[in-house]
Ligand binder design. Sequence first.
Ligand SMILES: Nc1ncnc2c1ncn2[C@@H]1O[C@H](COP(=O)(O)OP(=O)(O)OP(=O)(O)O)[C@@H](O)[C@H]1O
Ligand SMILES: [Mg+2]
Length: 294
Amino acid sequence: MLNGTFGKPKSNSLMGEYSTLLGDAVLRYRTRVAEHTARLESELANRVKSEFISNMSHELRTPLNTVIGFSKILAGHDRRRLPDEEIVEYAQLINDSAVHLLSVINDILDISKIQSGKYTIDARETPIDEIIQVCVTSLRKVAFDAGVTIDNLLPQYLPPVRGDAAKLRQAMSNILSNAVKFTPKGGRIVIEGAATKDGGLVVSIADSGVGMTEDEIMIALTPFGQVDGTRARWREGAGLGLPIAQALIDLHGGRIAIKSKKGEGTIVSIMLPSRHEVSAATGRDMVFGHATPE
Ligand SMILES: Nc1ncnc2c1ncn2[C@@H]1O[C@H](COP(=O)(O)OP(=O)(O)OP(=O)(O)O)[C@@H](O)[C@H]1O
Ligand SMILES: [Mg+2]
């Protein structure tokens, strides 16, 4: 063992070597971790991208193929006579597909307009209970066919909110249609609502459907995000309904809260601020207070 004046430099250089080696090892480890993380991120991004492309092309191609196929049959009517009922049926299929296609395209345009911050709402006194009733009525048949009941337990009177009726209807209908879509046969949807202490209101749409984990809720709120994004998923859609609903409620100065449990169901609460808090002709950049449940 080296001591004193001769030993020190040797031990110092040994320590120096160790620390250089250790530093290199740490650097190599960090690089490996960073490479691994980057690889995972790019794999995930590629997966999401290819699922998105496959979903979107399915969403756009399916109705377009229906339109092309059935309109061709109708166009050949003078060569091969079709019974009246077939003509009506094909025309109806073409109409349904075109309406669906338009709604997917509208959703894509809406989300890009919202993301660019150019989306504005036309705020006026709006009866939210009537809006919800209209949404329930328009979804009754779909729910009935799916074997799902909708119980509208809103109180007799809910204070009107200051908002854009068309946009609020779009938001409510997106949330309610999800509840119907992701609730299996025999399930139940309950709509409740109440005024809040600060003059706003809260409406909740609870379903007994498939539910989501915390991570899945995050995915669901991302534009084009679907929990089961593969083509084999049990229901169709572009993955835009929920983020659009959230953005529209946000534009009203409100907020959406989602509570869900996998396999048990989901509760989406929509909180809207008091009408005094929202001024007319609201723009995206305006800041509003949030309603809090009583
Ligand atoms: N009530 C719910 N219960 C369970 N999962 C839900 C519910 N609402 C939304 N999700 C999940 O969140 C995803 C995103 O919902 P979103 O409404 O944005 O898209 P979508 O319904 O798939 O398609 P779109 O609404 O554009 O037709 C859904 O695909 C689904 O996986
Ligand atoms: Mg949806």
